[in-house]
Design a protein around this ligand. Structure first.
Ligand SMILES: Cc1cc2nc3c(=O)[nH]c(=O)nc-3n(C[C@H](O)[C@H](O)[C@H](O)COP(=O)(O)OP(=O)(O)OC[C@H]3O[C@@H](n4cnc5c(N)ncnc54)[C@H](O)[C@@H]3O)c2cc1C
Length: 478
């Protein structure tokens, strides 16, 4: 590869989400010159951070949160150095955001999702910009802080490849600008902050075993940073971890739609055999549910979701912006789900049948088994006891035809896996050696090996984004 560079900076940051913004800000504040390369054009940049709830978790005590993180990892322990830095740095998130001019506020009264685990008492709930959720507020504040510092931001400039010297040291990046290669030298380091791989169907199939899941967030997370890191020799971690949930594909839209039965609990989920595999509403956190006594990925497999006319009329099965202002289709495409779900039935996103058996034919599940599942569900509701353990207040029968349903693939919120890194955010090769001058932060290389609580992902992206930015800035110049 030619050693001629089109541009030079001390630190080159890839991606303009929470991790990339935090890295760019920290590197600049440490005195480095920074170029930030962002794949998407103006108006579409910012990744999942932009369309997220923008919530970071409130740490009441770093030592206590270290205990909680260890508990959440369960059998998939993290290196102790990572736990310590995560706990110390996420504790500093609020103060750091305040230093950028953000006014933090408590968002509602959120409790830990895993209250029984050691350390849960140090989880202090949700913080958001002025206490608000979503609406792009956090991303706007972060990107404004990047711009205020004079960071050179190149939009519509996807990074394609890392440049390494003969010793494997990362010296820069080749990006694409206007269809032409743009070679950017990184005199001190490169920070990968390109988000997840949820929009890369091949990777989703191979690592998560989900065939054809629609995505809740930005279409930009196609695993680019993971592949670039692999080519530079990186090991991978947490590739089989994710957050997925009930949702459906929305033809004609880039992303899928989240589903949550908030106005009526009258729904059941069945597999391809027409049977309910488990309680649909187990104790659960962000991406995990208590199934058969263990926390498992949840939703982890395709399920058919069935409800009746009473549930349809109770209200939208996809929370509107006024209730949950998050997601690509709501915030970026302005999609408004119909109040009585009729528009989505008309579009064919939701199927309809006069009987459970007729609906089953349309969903591609067993008609006799679905008839039987609805009948035994109704019996359980009448008896006030579900053999699969569904909470008593949610035992709402499905007795009012017609019946409705859709297949939840499920909806993929985000992935967690990517290049393995150490507590300094340096990317490691398969033998634990540092790949010199290559850093990673945020979803491209998330800290989480297993369970995670609300606000953990933004928290992690901000924390290790800062670590990556300041450590890259501290490298001796080439
Ligand atoms: C609907 C939704 C709600 C959520 N709500 C919350 C919440 O409230 N709290 C929480 O903690 N977590 C939440 N999450 C998860 C959280 O948003 C993400 O984990 C976090 O924002 C990831 O930040 P990031 O910077 O690592 O990646 P991203 O924010 O995804 O940013 C990655 C950036 O890299 C860019 N990029 C990609 N490829 C390239 C390339 N080749 N070259 C250059 N740039 C590239 C992308 O365009 C993007 O700008 C939510 C996620 C979703 C989908």
């Amino acid at each position: 590869m030619s050693d001629k560079w089109n541009r030079k900076a001390d630190v080159v940051v890839l991606g303009m989400g929470a991790a990339g913004c935090a890295a760019a800000i920290a590197a600049t504040d440490a005195g480095a010159s920074v170029i930030l390369l962002e794949k998407m054009p103006e108006g579409r940049e910012g990744g999942n951070t932009r369309i997220s709830g923008g919530i970071w978790y409130n740490s009441l005590d770093p030592n206590g949160m270290a205990v909680y993180l260890r508990s959440l990892c369960g059998p998939y322990a993290l290196p102790e150095g990572i736990v310590q830095v995560w706990a110390e740095e996420t504790y500093k998130n609020t103060e750091w955001l305040e230093s950028l001019g953000v006014t933090p506020g408590v968002h509602a009264d959120y409790k830990p999702e895993y209250p029984e685990l050691p350390g849960a008492e140090f989880y202090g709930g949700y913080l958001g910009v002025k206490g608000e959720m979503g609406q792009q507020l956090l991303w706007k504040a972060l990107s404004a802080a990047v711009r205020d510092r004079g960071v050179e931001v190149l939009l519509d400039t996807p990074a394609k490849e890392l440049v390494t010297d003969s010793d494997g040291v990362v010296t820069g990046v080749v990006a694409s600008s206007g269809g032409q290669p743009l070679r950017v030298e990184a005199r001190r380091g490169v920070v990968l902050a390109t988000g997840g791989f949820e929009n890369n169907p091949e990777m989703v199939r191979d690592y998560l075993r989900l065939p054809g899941s629609p995505v809740w967030g930005s279409p930009a997370g196609t695993g680019d940073g993971i592949k670039m890191a692999q080519k530079a020799g990186a090991d991978l971690w947490h590739m089989d971890n994710m957050m997925a949930t009930l949702g459906l594909a929305a033809d004609g839209f880039e992303a899928g739609m989240y589903v949550m039965f908030i106005f009526s609990q009258g729904f059941i989920c069945v597999g391809n055999d027409g049977r309910r595999p488990h309680n649909e509403i187990p104790p659960q956190g962000h991406g995990h549910g208590l199934i058969e006594g263990d926390y498992e990925l949840f939703q982890r497999r395709p399920l058919h979701v069935v409800f009746d006319e009473a549930a349809r009329l109770a209200g939208p099965i996809s929370p509107p912006k006024e209730i949950l202002p998050v997601g690509w289709n709501l915030l970026m495409e302005g999609y408004e789900w119909s109040v009585d779900n009729s528009a989505e039935i008309e579009k064919g996103w939701i199927q309809k049948g006069d009987t459970p058996a007729e609906l089953a034919e349309k969903l591609g599940t067993d008609p006799d088994a679905l008839e039987a599942s609805v009948a035994s569900w109704n019996e359980a509701c009448a008896a006030g006891h579900d053999p699969l353990g569904r909470p008593e207040p949610t035992l709402t029968p499905l007795e009012t035809p017609p019946y409705y349903g859709f297949t939840s693939a499920p909806l993929l919120g985000w992935t967690n896996g990517g290049p393995r890194r150490n507590e300094k955010a340096q990317v490691l090769d398969p033998f634990g050696e540092v790949i010199a001058r290559l850093y990673a932060a945020g979803t491209v290389s998330s800290t989480y090996s297993w369970c995670k609580d609300g606000g953990f992902h933004i928290g992690d992206a901000l924390a290790f984004g800062r670590v990556a930015g300041r450590n890259a800035a501290a490298e001796p110049p080439l």
